[in-house]
Design a protein around this ligand. Structure first.
Ligand SMILES: CC(C)(COP(=O)(O)OP(=O)(O)OC[C@H]1O[C@@H](n2cnc3c(N)ncnc32)[C@H](O)[C@@H]1OP(=O)(O)O)[C@@H](O)C(=O)NCCC(=O)NCCS
Length: 202
């Protein structure tokens, strides 16, 4: 992977206004643990299904912060002045894995802030951070019924790449399908690699 930077080059904190809401965008740190936990617990369980970690538990948030400290996760929080959290977006990657060129984006906006452009704004932030980090392929996971999530990622050029049947299980034990959307940042794709490998060996 060609890495442009080890840390994001965008500057935070930054003030934004969406409708009537004045929000601060800044990077998450260990000090945000309890606010993040309260935010996660305020969300409908369906919204958390696509996440790798259960962020409504202390263990899940601790793991999230460990990933931030280790440089595997960068999270942008949107904060209203009252100290709660309106939404967040993350990019997660792991330099020690074979898929170190892949970043996974996640975004969640609290129900009272939805449909005002915050999801789009936060996704733009982490999309730019992912590019600054030099990641070549970006993915986003969701259940197929999350229409807002699909729209949010489609406008950035993401396309549905895989549908995994019965891949997630909710708290009641019911299974749900998982949709993986993906975006090749620099026109990178396995198909091109296969084509050049084939022409090199012929
Ligand atoms: C996905 C999510 C972050 C969108 O947040 P939001 O602040 O409501 O999004 P925005 O207002 O910025 O809208 C972004 C786009 O999605 C569309 N959209 C949002 N909610 C929608 C819905 N329920 N149905 C259809 N389209 C929707 C908007 O029209 C907009 O499209 P446009 O850019 O073409 O105008 C929010 O719905 C959410 O947190 N969902 C639960 C978690 C989730 O599914 N995360 C995604 C997986 S990573």
């Amino acid at each position: 992977m060609t890495t442009n930077a080890d840390t994001p080059m965008r500057t935070y904190p930054r003030e934004i206004t969406l409708g009537k809401a004045a929000l601060t965008l800044r990077l998450m740190s260990a000090e945000d643990k309890s606010a993040v936990l309260a935010f996660a617990r305020s969300l409908p369980p369906n919204d958390l299904l696509f996440l790798r970690l259960d962020i409504a538990t202390e263990e899940g948030v601790n793991e999230w912060v460990n990933n931030i400290v280790a440089g595997r996760t960068t999270t942008v929080l949107a904060l209203p002045p009252d100290g709660t959290i309106a939404g967040y977006a993350s990019v997660h990657h792991n330099d020690a894995l074979w898929n170190r060129h892949v970043g996974e984006l996640r975004v969640i906006v609290g129900s009272e802030y939805r449909r005002h452009g915050l999801g789009r704004r936060l996704t733009d932030e982490v999309f730019a951070i992912a590019r600054d980090l030099g990641l070549q392929k970006l993915t986003a996971q969701m259940t197929p019924d999350q229409k807002g999530a699909r729209a949010t990622f489609e406008r950035l050029g993401f396309r549905a790449e895989a549908l995994l049947a019965d891949f997630v299980v909710d708290r009641e034990g019911a299974t749900r399908d998982l949709l993986i959307m993906a975006h090749d940042v620099a026109g990178f794709s396995d198909v091109e690699h296969l084509a050049s490998a084939a022409s090199a060996s012929s």
